[in-house]
Design a protein around this ligand. Structure first.
Ligand code: MN3
Length: 254
């Protein structure tokens, strides 16, 4: 198995590696930061500061009000600057604590604790980096239907786009508590499947590369939609960036 195959086989939601003198590795570490999902034509998620080897909060690829009326500017602002940012801080903190333990300065019995912290916060960071890129203003890159190979795969694996959408929306509406619904590529079969993810990290099958996700934590919709999660899920469909979903699909099925 060469390096590219190793990347392709790794669980995409947690696929990351470090370089340089940081919490992630030693100076000269040849293992460069991995590209998530698609090593050949990557979607730039912007969540990694390569100069300092730390996770960073990416800029939104559009104005915070650009998704209105479907997703309001205040929700976008708080969601990114407060909630997403807390996952960035948490992932950097956990990585630093694990490095400290490796170097003899920490309590080795807390590897379990910091590993769990890393899983939660890094998944939260990656999920939100993806989420921002998977939306676009309605009618200006957002909404519509998939095209090309992705459209064919949707028909093959779900019967039709309408059947896919019905399952995806139901999965999102039925997530218990905070979590996500994802359309993903099962790397074992190279087929599309819809799965749920609880919190930021639980239940996503290891072999699945996520290509489209909706955040159904209440912080993602409560200011505008209150308890009406189904209305938020329906509105989200109007801002799905199918071009970027297609880019992730192309990478995941290689
Ligand atoms: Mn969120």
């Amino acid at each position: 198995m060469n390096r590219r195959q190793v990347i392709a086989a790794a669980p995409a939601a947690l696929l990351v590696a470090g370089a340089g003198a940081s919490a992630f590795g030693q100076p000269g570490d040849p293992f460069k930061p991995a590209v998530i999902v698609n090593p050949a034509k990557p979607l730039d998620l912007g969540g990694w500061d390569a100069d300092n080897s730390v996770y960073k909060l990416p800029a939104l690829p559009y104005d915070k009000a650009a998704l209105e009326p479907h997703i309001d500017a205040q929700t976008m602002d708080i969601h990114r600057a407060k909630h997403h940012n807390s996952y960035v801080d948490g992932a950097n903190k956990a990585a630093a604590e694990l490095r400290n333990i490796r170097e003899g300065g920490g309590d080795v019995s807390l590897v379990k604790h910091w590993s769990r912290e890393l899983s939660f916060h890094l998944s939260g960071h990656v999920n939100h980096c993806l989420f921002w890129q998977l939306m676009a203003p309605a009618g200006k890159g957002g909404g519509g239907t998939p095209s090309g190979d992705l459209a064919k795969a949707v028909d093959r694996d779900f019967g039709s786009f309408e059947k896919f959408l019905a399952q995806f929306k139901a999965a999102a509406q039925q997530v218990e508590g905070g979590g996500w619904a994802w359309l993903g590529v099962d790397r074992l079969s190279k087929r599309l499947i819809v799965v749920q993810q609880e919190k930021q990290q639980d239940m996503l099958p290891t072999a699945v590369s996520p290509i489209l996700g909706i955040d159904v934590w209440e912080h993602a919709y409560y200011l505008k939609y209150q308890n009406k999660r189904p209305d938020y899920v329906s509105a989200f469909v109007n801002v799905i960036n199918w071009k970027n979903v297609g880019t992730l699909f192309d990478g995941a099925v290689r």
